[in-house]
Design a protein around this ligand. Sequence first.
Ligand SMILES: Nc1ncnc2c1ncn2[C@@H]1O[C@H](COP(=O)(O)OP(=O)(O)OP(=O)(O)O)[C@@H](O)[C@H]1O
Ligand SMILES: Nc1nc2c(ncn2[C@@H]2O[C@H](COP(=O)(O)O)[C@@H](O)[C@H]2O)c(=O)[nH]1
Length: 212
Amino acid sequence: MSTEALSDDFLLLIVSSPSGAGKTTLCGRLRSEFPDLRFSVSHTTRRPRPNEVDGREYHFVDPNTFEQMIRIGAFAEWARVHDHLYGTSLKEIEIARATARGVLFDIDHQGARQIKASLPEAVAVFILPPSLAELERRLRGRGTEDEPTTLRRLRNAKGEIEHYGFFDYVIVNDEINRAYEQLRSLVFAERCRRQRRAALCERLLSERRFER
Ligand SMILES: Nc1ncnc2c1ncn2[C@@H]1O[C@H](COP(=O)(O)OP(=O)(O)OP(=O)(O)O)[C@@H](O)[C@H]1O
Ligand SMILES: Nc1nc2c(ncn2[C@@H]2O[C@H](COP(=O)(O)O)[C@@H](O)[C@H]2O)c(=O)[nH]1
């Protein structure tokens, strides 16, 4: 990690997991505790769930609009996940840079790799369920997907876990409070990285005080 890459205080935090492991729940808590960490609202071609609001959880668009956005280079990253298209627009990152102290991405491992390729200072966290049986219980318990979608997501889980080696941190979401405590600790720790403090150190060193 280069000093230059971390020379500002802006945190790019990626959270990924297999479907149902709990990243939306954990990101929701982060958003409440750290309002200066702006949630990146992705574009997707999947249909909204009953409780989801366009522009809040996602920008819900049709496939033609999504493909047009790909053509004009509007995305920082995009991927096909569970048979739908999902993408992070460059605009989301620009807005976060202009208005917040960081940006929180809830994206899959393909998107995480693309973000890291262009923004290597990004910090990537993978959330694991304690077991596959518990993953299934959670996804079914959430009750948002029909049976074919549930099965597709469960069948994709191992393929996603295979990518754990790419991530900087792995958190096991067994007990939600414990997992959240670990995630928030990461935010604090990342904000204390030496490289993010370089500007302050240089400023203190340049002050003309206590000099003989
Ligand atoms: N530690 C936990 N213990 C028990 N249930 C949990 C825990 N964490 C999350 N859940 C529940 O599991 C379900 C799935 O969680 P959530 O929607 O956050 O998963 P997700 O990883 O965001 O899934 P997706 O990728 O499908 O959006 C939700 O009903 C949530 O309340
Ligand atoms: N590569 C990207 N993946 C994304 C993005 N937004 C969400 N996701 C991932 O998709 C799945 C499914 O999400 P769901 O809301 O339909 O359950 C999950 O792994 C998300 O992290 C994105 O912009 N790019």
